[in-house]
Design a protein around this ligand. Sequence first.
Ligand code: ZN
Length: 369
Amino acid sequence: MATGWNFHELYLWHDTGRGAMFFPPGLTVEPGEHAENEGTKRRFRNLMEVSGLTDRLVSLRSDPFSETDLARFHTRDYIDRIRTLSAARGGEAAELTPFGPGSYDIACLAAGGTFAVMDAVLEGRVANGYALVRPPGHHAERDLGLGFCLFANVALSILKAREKHRLARVAVVDWDVHHGNGTQQAFWDDPGVLLISIHQDRLFPMTSGFATERGEGRGAGATVNVPLMPGCGHGAYMEVFRRIVLPALHAYKPDLIVVSSGFDGSVADPLGRMLLHSGTYREMTRLLMAAADELCGGRLAMSHEGGYSAAYVPYCGLAVMEQLSGIRSPVDDPFLPIVSRYGGQDLMPWQAAHIAALAEGLEARIAAL
Ligand code: ZN
């Protein structure tokens, strides 16, 4: 069975303006593009096309989310505010999260694109799939856009998919380098969603993502935060998968695995301070596919989040898509022979100790859910 792919030209038209991210107020440094601009997404899409991979995937259409769909998580006040600003000249969803005219509709389409992939996977129309959406979603909270995110694409799509498909258990693996705070908020007391967020400690938001945040009430134990120190490479992430992600998934036994897929953990990312390369993303995808095969009939759906290196996001994305589809394109990652040999790619003893401490008691907590 083929792999699903969701992309829409309008995702690129979400306008984050200039000078709003890296550049302080005042006439000191020349304004430049916002970190979250359309470039990395366009280049990922373009490499998919020139590699020949796009032609071999099943294109999945996005139907925009309605206000009812958004209200499964977001407050009516917040939805109204974004829609009103979007209908005028745009505005700010929150700090760092500017948007232009029409972004409400584009964000509804991005949430719909994420759902389209999940839905196709759950209906068995595709084996697995990827939604290359924009704006991203995992930082968006109930009543607040945050960190370039307007609406919570992954959380909203899970809530809708649960209504339609009666899923008992969904696991989210968030490998974006930032904390998946919005997804965490959405399912904080919900044992029906296991969230595993692997992120750089206190990168963004700086006030959440701690290992001590584990969920509450019936959801206590279903939130797994894996905050890592800067400088983790391939070896450290493989250890996180071996000690935390895979045991957690096996203990939880989900009906569907969803990935919040950011490529800002890459060695070339301007915002993150990790060392990952396309081979890491390929291997994390392989491990999740194997877990999905074993646990839930292979059902695996991914939604794009961050990733800000114009040169490197496309190669990381292509590696994931090659692995998902089982099709190797003729394109090689030209950076891989160099960056995979950087010092720091191997698991360091202090990283192993930190990861072992995070893994302590994990399976028991999840098995109790
Ligand atoms: Zn991110």
